[in-house]
Design a protein around this ligand. Structure first.
Ligand code: XMP
Ligand code: MG
Length: 189
């Protein structure tokens, strides 16, 4: 779905699909350099990170294995509490392997910190994170993210996998959702 198809639901286009693809290609070159000759398992957190994962792994020039996790935050459905329940666990064992977590967006950082702690307890050789977007002003807990696509303002954004009530995930590009769609207060704040 093109950004012009949702023009009345957005206030600003932050990045076009072409810009995102270009930035992702740059990150892929860094990742190829850093993981040369290593056995890497790329893990995406459902559902938002599916677009980043799919574009990233096809850009990579090495054999990347992929796996998925689904987690759910306790508390309000939109606010991140940092208390997380695993809805779908990995199929793969990660002990001794190099793990690269792919995230759509880092907001407070609470979900990701919980995930890193959970995966670390399984004894991987290493864990790094690639996040397509990050809101530095919204961070509540510092997270060590090695590869970041773009830092963005703390507005609620949609597209490129990111949703509002499961809508807009298939919008190409990233845009700020108009407040009239969600009735004022940032759904994730
Ligand atoms: P935390 O706060 O734990 O949350 O870093 C990360 C998760 O929250 C969702 N999130 C958003 N989803 N537009 C969205 O569609 C946003 O602006 C936004 N900010 C955070 C997202 O699921 C992310 O993985
Ligand atoms: Mg979401």
């Amino acid at each position: 779905m093109e950004l012009r198809d949702v023009e009345s639901d957005i206030t600003e286009v932050l990045f076009s699909e072409e810009q995102i693809q270009g930035r992702l290609a740059e990150l892929a070159r860094e990742i190829e350099r850093d993981y040369e000759g290593k056995d890497v398992l790329i893990i995406a957190v459902l559902k938002g990170a599916v677009m980043v994962l799919s574009d990233l792994v096809r850009e990579l020039k090495f054999h990347a294995h992929i796996d998925f996790m689904a987690v759910s935050s306790y508390g309000s459905s939109t606010k991140s509490s940092g208390v997380v329940r695993i809805v779908k666990d990995l199929d793969a064992e990660i002990a001794g392997r190099h793990v690269l977590i792919v995230e759509d967006i880092i907001d407070s950082g609470l979900t990701l910190n919980w995930l890193i702690g959970n995966l670390e307890s399984r004894g991987p050789a290493s864990i790094e994170v690639v996040a397509m977007f990050r809101k530095p002003e919204a961070i509540k807990e510092p997270v060590d993210v090695k590869y970041v696509g773009y830092d963005i303002p703390p507005a609620f954004v949609i597209g490129y996998g990111l949703d509002y009530n499961e809508d807009y995930r298939n919008v190409r590009g990233l845009a700020v959702l108009a407040p009239h769609v969600y009735g004022g207060e940032d759904p994730h704040a």
